[in-house]
Write a protein that binds this ligand. Structure first.
Ligand code: DSN
Length: 444
């Protein structure tokens, strides 16, 4: 980074600081990951200088002979890896990708149906205030008391509402999705089935999570989560989707450009192509397998320590911990864990009695720490640290007589954190030791 250091020392220093933060913390937000140097080089390349509105061989500007090959390569690799008929690699990220699908298939105010945000769905699956519910009419399905998707409710609702698109996708759901059941319901209600596999794409190509390809018409995915690529997204159309609607691929292309986007980010598309190549290797399948082994080990250990996990556990890369029996908000838990260099996010649990900004749970996942090479023994150490930190927070909240309403106030939570600091040092040291033993792959 010698050029950046000279031209813009402030940004250079901030990047160094962020790299150090990543080196010294356990990345346990389940949607984050650490990409390879190869992917970083592609993203930082001169491809970002080029405008290329349109699609390979059908662009608006000249000078496309090289970038056409980049985009075609990304498309071909995605098609082969996910076993689909058609891929658009241009979406800037997951949210525009989902919006493009709705834009392609749903008229303003017609219905879409997704998992509610409070039950583990994504903002773009029809949440309040999001474009997916402002421009379209959003109907949400939910989960049962056990935390599993309520497929019976989903079916009743789909038959009643007849949405244009049913979204099978999640952002905070630890279990497998029943693609077949989704497809049967979509068939009955005459809906397109869109699978949003953003969280699980890497697990699917690694062969450790069932693929929706046989069942969905359209599949969207970000590329930077378990797939371990750069920030970006892809939209895929399956054989089933094309049989149902032979124009589906063209509708998606049109929705991306001229519908929603301008010039594609060819540098990101090159990074996606490289990540797809990496994901086709045997070592990636081993990585995907280890992500789940690690999540399962966390499940076992956290349960031994008395944590309640939504649905009782996980089949994937993430766990949703309901902290109500520890009498601590997700905010306090996440802030305390950050003090020992474990980075997770606060998260609502299904039927959360607390508001979304002060939810009762935390969401954690294993893609990032598995990229560092950590395995089951390290998961046991991490689970024990999480337990100790949360028990300490709970005890201090009690001793400081901070009630649930006060705990929502930053200043009150700071009292707990300040009081905890001395005792947290030893756990922070343990985390630092782990980070040193399992360095992140070299990074710019
Ligand atoms: N922010 C992502 C996540 O954390 O799941 C989804 O967009």
């Amino acid at each position: 980074m010698k050029y950046l250091a000279k031209t813009d020392p402030k940004i250079y220093k901030l990047i160094q600081a962020e790299r150090k933060r990543q080196e010294q913390t356990l990345m346990m937000i389940p949607s984050e990951n650490i990409v390879s140097l190869a992917v970083q080089e592609a993203v930082g390349s001169c491809l970002g200088n080029k405008y290329a509105e349109g699609y390979p061989k059908k662009r608006y500007y000249q000078g496309q002979e090289v970038v056409d090959q980049v985009e075609l390569l990304a498309q071909e690799r995605a098609k082969k890896l996910f076993k689909v008929e058609y891929v658009n690699v241009q979406p800037y990220s997951g949210s525009p990708a989902n919006l493009a699908v709705y834009f392609a298939l749903v008229k303003p105010k017609e219905k879409i149906m997704g998992l509610s945000l409070s039950a583990g769905g994504h903002l773009t699956h029809g949440a309040n205030l999001n474009a997916s519910s402002v421009f379209f009419t959003s109907v949400s399905y939910g989960v049962t008391k056990t935390g599993y998707i309520d497929y019976d409710q989903l079916e009743d609702l789909a038959l009643k509402e007849r949405p244009k698109v049913i979204v099978a996708g999640t952002t905070a759901y630890p279990r497998l999705l029943d693609w077949k059941r989704f497809a049967e319901i979509a068939e009955k209600s005459g809906s397109y089935l869109m699978a949003d596999i953003s969280h699980i794409a890497g697990l699917i190509v690694g062969g450790v999570y069932p693929s929706p390809v046989e069942y969905a018409d359209i599949i969207t995915s970000t590329t930077h989560k378990t797939l371990r690529g750069p920030r970006g997204a892809i939209i895929m159309v399956t054989k089933k989707g094309l049989l149902k609607d032979p124009q589906l691929d063209k509708k998606i292309d049109k929705a991306i450009i001229p519908g929603l986007q301008g010039g594609p980010h060819l540098n990101a598309i090159a990074g996606i192509a490289t990540a797809l190549k990496e994901a086709s290797k045997k070592s990636f399948a081993q990585y995907a397998k280890q992500i789940i082994v690690n999540a399962k080990q966390l499940e076992v250990k956290l349960k031994e320590f008395g944590f309640n996990l939504v649905t009782g556990g996980t089949d994937s890369h993430l766990l949703l911990v309901d902290l109500r029996n520890f009498n601590l908000l997700g905010n306090t838990a996440a802030e305390l864990l950050e003090k020992v260099n474990i980075v997770v996010n606060r998260n609502a649990v299904p039927f959360d009695p607390n508001p979304p900004f002060y939810p009762s749970g935390i969401r954690l996942g294993t893609p990032g720490i598995t990229s560092r090479g950590m395995k089951k023994p390290e998961m046991s150490v991490i689970a024990e640290i999480i337990f100790n930190v949360i028990v300490l927070g709970s005890k201090l909240k009690n001793e400081l007589k901070i009630n649930d309403a006060q705990e929502r106030i930053t200043g009150q939570r700071s009292k707990i954190i300040k009081q905890a600091e001395a005792s947290l040092r030893k756990y922070r040291q343990k985390v630092l030791d782990l980070c040193r033993k399992f360095p992140i792959p070299k990074s710019y």
